[in-house]
Structure formats: structure tokens, C-alpha cells
Write a protein that binds this ligand. Structure first.
Ligand SMILES: Nc1ncnc2c1ncn2[C@@H]1O[C@H](COP(=O)(O)OP(=O)(O)OP(=O)(O)O)[C@@H](O)[C@H]1O
Length: 664
């Protein structure tokens, strides 16, 4: 299966339409789906039923108030001018009018309060659902798919606010309808013709606004990649890691101009749409104004001729303004809800996406490793557009033995590690865990049996203890490793002394990010100390069947590296492990070595066998050993014991992480 297609899709097949929404990675949706509306309302309902009900009740009352106020004003005027009733009626109407005024002032505040709480609740629920959806991506391929990343950022932006905005929008639409109907009723009483004209003017406005909202959603989709690139440059310009190089190379200005260029391009798209909106909305506003003006002139003339009363004129004026205001709100709300729903589709696509890796219907719980792990004719590429990274790789990691993986940069070593952890599936061939295909195992269970230090290990902005405890997360809300286990892992990784010497020992925060008044609150570790912490994390889970060490000591000084390797050798004793290092001296003692070249296994055997074989390994080893000779006696390729000397072999080289031994 290709890593970029949905689970179960054949390589090269079009992406699947998932049940919950549009396909992850598909084009921008342009039609709001009723299913999306139902899901958004459902989410808001789950987040806060009482708030939805209260908000609905308040909205309906708000809808009726202006119509009631207009009728009451008309009645009051007619009572005053025609004196048909006594003072009591006037007092009642006046009191009712005052109550309507109070309601008109107070209700928006109350409903805003309710709406804000509803927003917070749905926002929390939506965020949790979104990240649960992200967690369902058990592999890595989705995180390398730009279309998915765009969808994710839009989903993040829209998911939290959308359900409550859709509830508010739907209710505002209902409110608009009630208000419009009330005023139209009033208008019909005074002038059916005018009522018709006001209504007809509103329909093109509705259609135009809907069209604009589709264009806005599509524009947001188009500028998504620009915004992501802009964000990348922004983060780069403020990142501590990048600061050294940016200053040394004077590259800050270059990245600033690229950041600005992205913003300019995105803003040009926004401006284009804003202009279109201005034209359309300005034209529609003009049309409404003409209708309202004509209606008022007619009403004044009709009142002068005695055809209608002064109260009717007041009612007509309120109704025209009320209908147009309600229609404008209606149009705005429909547009807004439509746009929110289009964005909500991204949320649904992420939360409803199938897992990126095919999961077995009845996953096998991986048995404790007893025989070993076998790569059998494994072919893999990161996507159909990429070249093969592994081409028919076959080798075995026998139970209880240490296998070293060596090869030049790009040979495929880290790719093998990623396949072993099942971050991707091979396109052809199989990886067997005691004879069981990795694809038949539960990925979480499989990963629970593996301890690993990755080449690009993480540095968490947490305490030292937490940085280690993350290596064995059992609970959902808290880290469960005991202080004794954490300390034991730190000792094995040779970082206990350094951590103990920190201002607050294991409780020291390893970042200056969350700064405060306390200078001891956070410290910054050296690269090698961070690497040791990553190592401690990997060796924390004691019962793990397989230990993977991808360049575990690249950042350490020579003495520290020797010490760490001794400790790790003790820790590995009798365990199954896969070691990757460009420093061949660090892996030569492995039980077997697998040499990769261009995604193929070039040779396999013990250090002695490979040296005797005179192939790639011998050449690489010779080149490294040459750099460490006290006397210049080694000649690459002659296989003389000098290369196998203590200096040439066992002493750790000072190559940096990722250095190509071929170019040492
Ligand atoms: N995420 C990725 N997407 C696309 N191609 C990738 C990705 N990761 C690695 N590759 C490609 O796969 C090939 C093997 O890379 P890999 O990282 O496995 O090599 P490596 O032997 O670990 O190299 P190094 O010694 O430099 O760490 C390379 O050609 C690389 O460009």
C-alpha cells in the first residue's frame, strides 16, 4: 500500500471518499452538506444542551421584540392622535413599549453570555475530537502529505468555533425569519405592494452572498499553503535553533523577504475577494436604500391624503427598516453559516478519516519475541512519486542478538527503523515478528515492545523526570514511572549525575520557554546531555523485546561514548537490538552487521567476515580507521590488522551525526 493513499487503497488508486466527509487531501469543498450541518449541531448539543436550549429561547424572544415594539408604537400614536380610548389603554401600551425597550437592550447581552459559554464548551469538545482524529493516524505518511496538513490547519481554525457558530447562525436565521415574517405581516396590512418589493429585493442579495461565501471558502483553501509557508518562516525567524545560522550567514533578511512575499501573495487573494464583496454588497445596499426611500415617500403622501393613519406611517417606517435589517442579518448569517459549514468539512474529514495504516480486523497481540525479526524482500518508497528507498531488503535480527546496520547517507537505515516501528508499511515484501506479519499486529502493542532512540530524538520542554518518563506512558493523564525507575534509566544512560546536579534535580524544567521570576525554574542542556536523556527514555521500559538505537551517541564526546557503549552493552546483554551508527567502531561488536547500499543489502556477516570479504564495509572501516592511526600505516583496502587496532576500531570516531563514513 502506498503511504499516501488511504488505508486499503491500491497504490496509485484515487483517494477514497470516507464516510464522514470529503476525502483527506481532496480539493476544497464548495457546497455545504446537510450532513455537516447536522454534525455541527450535534456537536454543540453534546457540548452543552442547556446552553443550546437557553440560547434558542432567547433568540426567539429577541426575534419578536422589534415587531412587537413597532406595533406598540403604532398603537400608541393612534391612541394619542385619535383619542379613541381612555388613559388606561395608553398607560398599558406605554408600559408594554417600555418593557419591549428593556428587553431589546438586555436580551443581546444575556444571549451573548450564553453563546460565549456554548462556544467555549464546543471549542473544547471539538479540539479534543480533532486531536483524537490526528492520533488515529498511527503512521507518519499523513504528516508528510501537504494536503492533509492544510486540511488540518483549516480544521483546527474552524473546528473549535464552528459548531457554536453554526448553532448561532441557525438560530439567527430562525430569528431573522420570525422578524421578517412579523414585519411583512405589518407591511402587508399597510401596503401589499411594498411588502412584495422589499421581499423581491432580498432574494438576489441572498444568492449573491452565498456565491461570495463559496468563493471565500475556496480562497481560504488556495491560500492555505501560503499561510503555512509564512508560518514556517515566522517560526524560523524566532527559533533559538535557527538563530545561530541565520545570524552567521546573515540569512534573516532573506527569510524575512520570503515570509513577506507569502503574505503579499495571500493578501492579494484576499484583496481580490474583498473588492468583489464591496461591489456586490454596495450594489445591494443601494437597491435596499432606493426601495426604502420610495416606500417612505409613498407612505407620507398617502397619510397626507388620509389613506393611512400616522400610526401606519410609523409602522411602515419601522417595518421597512426592520425587514431590511432582518434580511441583511439573515443574509449575513446564512453566508456565515455556509462558510463555517464549508470549513467544518475539513474538521469532519480529519476527525472521520480512516486510519492511515491498514489495521487488522482481529489484531494479533505480538507475542514476546522468541525467534526474531525478519525482513523478507522488503520494497518501500515514501510515495509513488519518490524513488525506492528500500529495494528487496532481506535480513534477520535473531532473538537475543545485536545486529548493526551500516551504510552511507541515504542508504535506507532510518527507513528500516521506521518500518520496524510500523510507521509505514512496505509496498512489497513482509516484515515478520516471530513469523507474524507486522501488518497483522496491533501497532500500539507492537510499539509497546520496542524501545528506540531516533536519530532526530525529541527534546521536550518538560522537567528532566518527565523527559525520561515519557518513555513508558501507561496512564492517559499522568506519567506513571516511579522516581526509582526514572533514576535507574538515567544511570544506564549516564545522565544521572548531570541531572542530579541541576538546581532542582529531576524536577528541573529543561527549557527557558515558560520563563518566570525564578532563575532556577528552567535550564538549557547541552546536545550530548539531551541525547543521553533520549537514551534514558529508550531504556526506561525494561520489558521491551527490541531495542533500536539509531545513532545513540553521535553527540557525545569520545570518553562519554565509550562509557555509554559499555553501559548499553550491559543493558543489551541477551536482548534483541538493532544498532545504527556511522562510527563503525561502535557497531563492530554486534553479533552481525548488515551493510546497506542504495536501499539494498550489499553484504552481511560479522565484523571479521566483512573485513575478510573486502567489500564496502571493509573500505568504509578502513577509511575511518585511517583517520585514527597514531602512525600512518593504514592503507584503505589493504585489510591490514592496523585498521582493526584498538585505535582504529574500538576508539570512537569524532564524526558528527549523519556524517558519511565514505567521506570521512
Ligand atoms: N520522509 C521522507 N520522504 C521522502 N523520502 C525520504 C523520507 N525519509 C527518507 N527519505 C529518502 O529515503 C532514502 C533513505 O533515507 P534514510 O533516512 O533511510 O537513509 P539513512 O541511511 O538513514 O541515511 P543517514 O545515514 O543520512 O541517516 C533517502 O533517499 C531519503 O532521501
Amino acid at each position: 500500500m502506498s503511504p499516501t493513499t488511504s488505508a486499503g487503497a491500491a497504490p496509485g488508486a484515487p483517494p477514497e471518499q470516507d464516510a464522514a466527509g470529503p476525502t483527506v487531501g481532496a480539493d476544497a469543498p464548495l457546497k455545504a452538506r446537510p450532513a455537516a450541518l447536522a454534525r455541527a449541531l450535534g456537536l454543540a448539543w453534546q457540548a452543552g444542551r442547556r446552553h443550546v436550549v437557553a440560547y434558542a429561547a432567547l433568540t426567539l424572544v429577541e426575534a419578536v421584540v422589534p415587531v412587537a415594539a413597532a406595533w406598540l408604537t403604532k398603537s400608541a400614536l393612534d391612541l394619542v392622535i385619535h383619542r379613541t380610548e381612555g388613559a388606561t389603554a395608553l398607560v398599558v401600551v406605554g408600559a408594554a413599549l417600555a418593557a419591549a425597550g428593556v428587553a431589546a437592550i438586555a436580551l443581546p447581552h444575556v444571549s451573548r453570555y450564553v453563546r460565549q459559554e456554548l462556544e467555549r464548551r464546543t471549542g473544547r469538545l471539538a479540539q479534543d475530537r480533532l486531536f483524537a482524529g490526528v492520533e488515529r493516524c498511527t503512521g507518519l505518511a499523513r504528516f508528510e502529505d501537504p494536503a492533509f496538513l492544510d486540511r488540518l490547519s483549516l480544521a483546527h481554525g474552524s473546528g473549535g468555533a464552528t459548531p457554536s457558530a453554526v448553532v448561532a447562525g441557525t438560530l439567527a436565521i430562525c430569528q431573522g425569519f420570525v422578524t421578517v415574517l412579523g414585519f411583512l405581516g405589518a407591511l402587508l396590512v399597510v401596503s401589499p405592494l411594498l411588502a412584495g418589493a422589499v421581499m423581491v429585493a432580498a432574494l438576489p442579495a441572498l444568492a449573491a452572498e452565498l456565491r461570495l461565501s463559496r468563493q471565500r471558502a475556496s480562497m481560504m483553501w488556495r491560500i492555505g499553503p501560503m499561510e503555512r509557508r509564512e508560518m514556517f518562516y515566522r517560526q524560523l525567524l524566532t527559533s533559538v535553533r535557527a538563530a545561530k545560522e541565520l545570524r552567521l550567514f546573515g540569512a534573516g533578511r532573506y527569510f524575512r523577504s520570503r515570509m513577506n512575499a507569502e503574505r503579499v501573495a495571500a493578501d492579494a487573494e484576499r484583496l481580490h475577494l474583498d473588492r468583489r464583496e464591496l461591489g456586490v454588497e454596495g450594489g445591494l445596499g443601494l437597491l435596499s436604500g432606493v426601495i426604502a426611500g420610495a416606500g417612505l415617500v409613498w407612505a407620507l403622501l398617502a397619510a397626507r391624503d388620509g389613506l393611512i393613519t400616522a400610526g401606519d406611517v410609523a409602522l411602515l417606517a419601522s417595518s421597512i427598516v426592520g425587514v431590511q435589517a432582518a434580511l441583511a442579518t439573515l443574509v449575513d448569517e446564512v453566508t456565515m453559516a455556509h462558510q463555517q459549514l464549508l470549513n467544518f468539512d475539513h474538521f469532519l474529514a480529519v476527525t472521520g478519516a480512516e486510519p492511515d495504516l491498514r489495521l487488522p480486523v482481529r489484531p494479533v497481540v505480538p507475542p514476546a519475541l522468541r525467534r526474531g525479526i525478519e525482513f523478507r524482500d522488503v520494497w518501500f518508497r515514501y510515495s509513488p512519486e519518490h524513488p525506492w528507498s528500500l529495494r528487496g531488503v532481506s535480513f534477520t535480527i535473531p532473538y537475543g542478538s545485536a545486529v548493526g546496520l551500516v551504510g552511507k547517507n541515504g542508504a535506507g537505515k532510518s527507513t528500516i527503523v521506521k518500518l520496524l516501528c510500523r510507521f509505514y508499511d512496505p509496498e512489497r515484501g513482509t516484515i515478520l515478528w516471530d513469523g507474524v506479519d507486522l501488518r497483522d499486529l496491533d501497532p500500539a502493542e507492537l510499539r509497546g515492545r520496542i524501545g528506540a532512540v531516533f536519530q532526530d530524538y525529541m527534546e521536550y520542554d518538560l522537567t528532566a523526570a518527565e523527559n525520561i518518563a515519557i518513555g513508558d506512558v501507561a496512564g492517559r493523564d499522568r506519567l506513571t514511572a516511579s522516581p526509582a525507575r526514572i533514576e535507574d534509566a538515567a544511570r544506564r544512560a549516564g545522565v544521572h549525575d548531570a541531572v542530579s546536579a541541576l538546581p532542582r534535580g529531576y524536577g528541573t524544567l529543561l527549557t527557558r520557554m515558560f520563563f518566570g521570576p525564578d532563575p532556577e525554574a528552567g535550564v538549557v542542556l547541552s546536545g550530548g546531555q539531551w541525547q543521553r536523556l533520549a537514551l534514558a527514555r529508550a531504556v526506561l521500559g525494561d520489558g521491551r523485546d527490541l531495542l533500536i538505537l539509531d545513532e545513540p551517541s553521535s553527540g557525545l564526546d569520545a570518553e562519554a561514548e565509550a562509557e555509554i557503549h559499555n553501559r548499553l552493552r550491559e543493558h543489551r546483554a541477551g536482548r534483541t537490538s538493532l544498532l545504527i551508527s556511522h562510527r563503525l567502531g561502535a557497531v563492530r561488536e554486534a553479533d552481525a552487521l548488515v551493510v546497506l547500499d542504495g536501499g539494498r543489502v550489499a553484504e552481511q556477516g560479522t565484523h571479521e567476515e566483512l573485513i575478510a570479504g573486502g567489500g564496502l564495509y571493509r573500505r568504509l572501516f578502513g577509511l575511518q580507521a585511517q583517520g585514527y592511526q597514531l602512525t600512518d600505516t593504514w592503507s584503505p583496502g589493504d585489510g591490514s590488522p592496523a585498521g582493526d587496532s584498538a585505535d582504529g576500531g574500538a576508539s570512537p570516531a569524532r564524526a558528527r551525526s549523519g556524517a558519511d563514513p565514505g567521506s570521512a
